[in-house]
Design a protein around this ligand. Structure first.
Ligand code: 26W
Length: 800
C-alpha cells in the first residue's frame, strides 16, 4: 500500500472550505442557508478531496496502461454517498467538527441526502459494494449503469396495503454527479441490415444518444478512486422538423419521447421477467454505450484490437447486459473488419458472466421476433454465435442452444460468450453446475466457478455501527476496515466478561436508538430489552415472509393461552417491497400489517410481542436496522436464494441467524460454527424429494396443531374482521399450492424459534454467540470477493 494521497486538513480549514462552497457553489450565505444548502456545501467540500485521488488514479491507469475492469450492471443500489465518502477519505470527524463550528450537525445533514435507489435489491446492492471494494483494492475499474430518472418506487401503506409512488432523487442537485456531455454515443434500434461490398451494415430506424454522467467512487483511505459512469438518454434530434412543419406537433416530439422513456424508470421487478420491448431497449442502451466507450478508450492508446483481452475485462451482472457479446462482436466485425471467429474469441476472452438466480421465471428469454425487430443485426450475430458453438461442439444437446423455440435464451448466450461463469455462493454454484447449466458445464469443464458474495465493511460496519466499530478498534487496533479477517482477533476476548458486556451494551444502545426511530416512523413502541428479530429483503414467496408471520401468530396464541408462561419478549421487524404487479407478495404484506395491528393492540400480550413493519425499506433503513438486530431471519426455501447478502450484514453486526441451508447461509454457518447458528428445515435435495408427495402440505398441516390453528384463525378473519374472507386465497395456497413448502418447514422453524428463546434466557451464552458471529465474519468482506474476481476471472493486478 502506498501512503494516502490526501494532504491533511484541519477543522478550521475545512470550515473555510464549507463556507467557500456555500458562497460560491451554492450561492447563499450562512444567515439564509437551509439544511439542503449546508449539505450541498459540505458535499462539495468533501468532493474536492475525492477529486484529487480520483484524477491521480485515472492518470496512473493511463500511464501504466493497466488492464481495466468494466462492471456492467442494470442496477447500482448506492444509497447515500456523503457519509460513506467522508469516512473513506478519513474526514468524517473533521467535517463534523467543522460543521459544529458553523452551528450545524453532521448526522442531520447527512440524513437529508436522498438514497440513490437505482436498483431493486441484492443484485444492485452487490454491484455497489463491489464498486467500493474495487476502489479500496486499487483495481482499475469502471462501473457502467443507467441514470434512471426515477429509481425504485417509494412504498407506503394505506390500510396495510402497499401503495407505490415514484421516487425522484434527481429533483435535487446531485453534488456527486459530473456530467460529461462530450462523452456521448449514438445507440440504434430497429431498421434493417444491408450488405455492401461484402460488408454488413446495420441502418437503424431509431437512434438516441447515451450521455455520460460520472460519479467518483473512492476507496478506503482514498488510496484509489474509480468511476461509476451512468448513461442518460438524450434525443439525437430534438425535433422531427419535417413533421413539425406539416403541423404534426405531437409526432414531431417522438424522438424526444423515446429518449426520455429510455432512462426514465428502473423496472421494479426482480423476479419475473416480462419480455417488454422497453426493457430490451434499456439493456441494449446500457450495453452498447458501455462497449463503445470501452473500445474508444482502448483505441486511444492501442491499435490492435486482437490485444483487447490483455487490457479489458468486462463483467456482466446477470444476463441483463448479455448483449455485450453480440455488440462487441458486431463492432469488431462490421466496424473494424475483424473475422467473425476472431471477434468471437476476443469477446469471450474479455467477458465474464455472474448468475444471480435459478428461479426459472427470472431467467431472461426474448422472443426472436422482438430481438429481430429491435436489434436485427444482433439477431443475426446471435444466430452466428449459436451456429459456431454447434459446429465446435457437434455433440451438444439441443437444449444448450441459444436460440430455441422462437426464443433467445440470455443465460445460454451469456454462458457461451464468456470465458468464466460464476455463481454467488458455494451451494448456488453447485446448483448452477448440476441443474441450470449441467450440459454446458460438461462441454466447458472449469468455466463455471464460485465467487461467494461479500459486503463492504466500510458501509456495513464502520458507517452503520460506530459503536461496535469503536469497540473493535479498541480491542484489536486499527486496520480491520480493509483487512476484515483481522476480526478473528476478537475471538480471544469473547471469554472476557468486560468485553462481552461492552459488546451487548452497544447492541442495547443501537436497539434503543432504533426503537425511537421505529416509534417515530410507525407509532409502535419496541422494547429494547426484547429480542429484535429482523427479516428485511424483497417480499417474495420463496423468501417466506409468510412462514415468519404464521409462526408469529402461533407464538401470539401461545402467549394468550398461557398468560403466566415464561415467554421471551420479541419484536418482529419486517421490511421490504413487493414488485407492484406481484399480487401474492402484496397480499403477504397486507397480512403482516393486519396481524401487526391485531397483536399490537392486544392487551393480553402485555408487551411480550410486537410486530412492526416500517414502510419503504431501502439502504438507509438497512443501515439503521442491521446494527440493532439480535436475530437474522434467513428462512428461504432451500435451493432458491442464490446467496443473500443481508444475512452477511446482520451476522457481521452481531445478530444470530435462524436459517435454512440455502445460499450463503451454508458458508456463514460453517464459518461462525454450527453451534452459533439456529438451523432448521429441508435441504435443497429434500425439497425436491418432498414435492414428490403431492399432499405434502396437507400432511404437514395435519401433523401440526399449532399450524392448523393459525390457518383457521386467518381463515375466520381474526386479522381482517372488516372482511373475513380477505385471506382465503392465502390459506388456500398453503393447503393446496404450497410450492415453497411453508407448511413442511413450519414445525422445524417453530422448534428453532423455541431454541432461540432458550438461548436468550441465558444472556451470557447469547453474548458469546453474538460476539463470535462478528469475530468470524471476516470472510464475507466484499474485498475478499473482489480479490477472487481479480485472480480467477479478470486477471488484473492491484495498482496500489
Ligand atoms: C429480469 C428481471 C430480473 C431482475 C433482477 C430477474 C432477476 C433479477 C436479479 C438476478 C435478482 C437478484 O437480485 N438476485 C439476488 O442477487 C443477490 C446478489 O448476488 C443474491 O444475494 C440474492 O440471493 C439473489 O436473489
Amino acid at each position: 500500500m502506498t501512503t494516502p494521497l490526501l494532504p491533511p486538513v484541519t477543522i478550521d480549514q475545512f470550515r473555510d472550505d464549507i463556507l467557500r462552497h456555500l458562497t460560491y457553489s451554492v450561492g447563499t450565505d450562512p444567515e439564509h442557508a437551509s439544511s439542503y444548502d449546508w449539505r450541498l456545501a459540505l458535499s462539495f467540500a468533501l468532493r474536492d478531496r475525492v477529486v484529487e485521488p480520483w484524477f491521480a488514479s485515472t492518470r496512473r491507469t493511463w500511464t501504466e496502461d493497466s488492464k481495466r475492469v468494466y462492471y456492467l450492471s442494470m442496477e447500482f443500489l448506492i444509497g447515500r454517498v456523503l457519509e460513506d465518502a467522508a469516512i473513506n477519505i478519513g474526514l468524517r470527524d473533521i467535517a463534523a467538527g467543522a460543521l459544529a463550528l458553523l452551528g450545524q450537525d453532521f448526522t442531520t445533514l447527512a440524513e437529508g441526502e436522498p438514497d440513490a435507489a437505482l436498483g431493486n435489491g441484492g443484485l444492485g446492492r452487490l454491484a455497489a459494494c463491489y464498486m467500493e471494494s474495487m476502489a479500496t483494492l486499487g483495481c482499475p475499474a469502471y462501473g457502467y449503469g443507467i441514470r434512471y430518472e426515477n429509481g425504485l418506487f417509494r412504498q407506503r401503506f394505506e390500510s396495510g396495503q402497499q401503495v407505490e409512488a415514484p421516487e425522484d432523487w434527481l429533483t435535487q442537485r446531485q453534488p456527486w454527479d459530473f456530467e460529461r456531455p462530450e462523452s456521448a454515443y449514438t445507440i440504434g434500434f430497429k431498421g434493417h441490415v444491408e450488405n455492401v461490398d461484402g460488408r454488413v451494415r446495420w441502418i437503424p430506424g431509431e437512434t438516441v444518444l447515451a450521455s455520460a454522467h460520472d460519479m467518483p467512487v473512492v476507496g478506503w483511505r482514498a488510496n484509489w478512486a474509480n468511476t461509476l459512469r451512468l448513461w442518460a438518454a438524450r434525443p439525437t434530434t430534438l425535433f422531427d422538423l419535417e413533421r413539425f412543419n406539416r403541423g404534426d406537433y405531437a409526432a414531431a416530439a417522438e424522438p424526444e419521447i423515446l429518449a426520455r422513456t429510455l432512462s426514465r424508470v428502473l423496472y421494479p421487478d426482480d423476479t419475473t421477467y416480462q419480455g417488454k420491448e422497453l426493457r430490451l431497449k434499456q439493456e441494449y442502451f446500457l450495453t452498447s454505450a458501455a462497449i463503445q466507450d470501452i473500445l474508444r478508450r482502448f483505441l486511444k492508446t492501442h491499435d490492435d484490437l486482437r490485444q483487447l483481452p490483455d487490457k479489458v475485462a468486462i463483467q456482466m451482472n446477470d444476463t441483463h447486459p448479455a448483449l455485450a457479446g453480440p455488440e462487441l462482436i458486431r463492432l469488431l466485425v462490421d466496424h473494424h473488419g475483424i473475422a467473425f471467429a476472431e471477434a468471437s474469441r476476443i469477446a469471450r476472452e474479455c467477458l465474464g458472466y455472474t448468475n444471480h438466480t435459478l428461479l426459472p421465471e427470472a431467467l431472461e428469454r426474448w422472443s426472436t421476433w422482438l430481438m429481430g425487430t429491435v436489434l436485427p443485426r444482433h439477431m443475426q450475430i446471435i444466430e452466428a454465435i449459436d451456429a459456431e458453438h454447434a459446429q465446435d461442439y457437434p455433440a451438444r444437446p439441443a437444449h444448450t442452444a441459444i436460440v430455441a423455440g422462437n426464443e433467445v435464451k440470455m443465460g445460454e448466450l451469456a454462458f457461451i460468450t464468456s470465458h468464466k461463469v460464476n455463481g454467488v455462493s458455494a451451494l448456488h454454484t453447485d446448483l448452477v453446475r448440476r441443474n441450470l447449466f449441467a450440459d454446458l458445464d460438461r462441454l466447458h469443464p472449469g468455466r463455471i466457478i464460485n465467487e461467494t458474495n461479500g459486503v463492504t465493511p466500510r458501509r456495513w460496519l464502520k458507517l452503520a455501527n460506530p459503536g461496535l466499530s469503536g469497540l473493535i478498534t479498541d480491542t484489536i487496533g486499527e486496520g480491520w476496515e480493509a483487512d476484515l479477517d483481522r476480526l478473528s482477533g476478537l475471538e480471544a476476548h469473547v471469554e472476557d466478561r468486560a468485553f462481552r458486556d461492552r459488546f451487548m451494551a452497544i447492541k442495547r444502545a443501537n436497539k434503543a436508538a432504533t426503537s425511537d426511530w421505529l416509534a417515530k416512523r410507525t407509532g409502535v413502541q419496541a422494547d429494547p430489552d426484547a429480542i429484535f428479530d429482523v427479516q428485511v429483503k424483497r417480499i417474495h414467496e420463496y423468501k417466506r415472509q409468510l412462514l415468519n408471520i404464521l409462526q408469529t401468530i402461533a407464538q401470539w396464541q401461545r402467549i394468550r393461552d398461557t398468560p403466566n408462561g415464561d415467554h421471551v419478549p420479541r419484536v418482529r421487524i419486517f421490511g421490504g417491497k413487493s414488485a407492484p404487479g406481484y399480487a401474492v407478495a402484496k397480499e403477504i404484506i397486507h397480512l403482516i400489517n393486519d396481524v401487526a395491528a391485531t397483536i399490537n393492540a392486544d392487551p393480553a400480550v402485555k408487551g411480550l410481542l410486537k410486530v412492526v413493519f416500517p414502510a419503504n425499506y431501502n439502504v438507509s433503513m438497512a443501515e439503521k436496522l442491521m446494527p440493532a438486530a439480535d436475530l437474522s431471519e434467513q428462512i428461504s426455501t432451500a435451493g432458491k436464494e442464490a446467496s443473500g447478502t443481508g444475512n452477511m450484514k446482520l451476522s457481521l453486526n452481531g445478530a444470530l441467524t435462524i436459517g435454512t441451508l440455502d445460499g450463503a447461509n451454508v458458508e456463514i454457518r460453517e464459518r461462525v460454527g454450527p453451534e452459533n447458528f439456529f438451523l432448521f428445515g429441508l435441504t435443497a435435495d429434500q425439497v425436491i424429494q418432498r414435492r414428490k408427495d403431492v399432499d405434502h402440505a396437507r400432511h404437514a398441516i395435519e401433523a401440526s396443531q399449532p399450524l392448523r390453528d393459525v390457518l383457521q384463525m386467518i381463515a375466520e378473519g381474526r386479522f381482517s374482521p372488516d372482511q373475513p374472507d380477505r385471506y382465503h386465497g392465502v390459506v388456500d395456497r398453503v393447503w393446496n399450492h404450497d410450492y415453497f413448502l411453508v407448511a413442511s418447514d413450519f414445525t422445524a422453524y417453530d422448534d428453532a424459534q423455541s431454541q432461540v428463546d432458550g438461548v436468550w434466557r441465558r444472556p451470557d451464552d447469547w453474548a458469546r454467540m453474538a460476539a463470535l458471529n462478528t469475530a468470524r465474519m471476516g470472510f464475507f468482506s466484499s474485498d475478499r470477493a473482489i480479490r477472487g474476481y481479480m485472480n480467477d476471472i479478470w486477471s488484473v493486478e492491484s495498482a496500489i
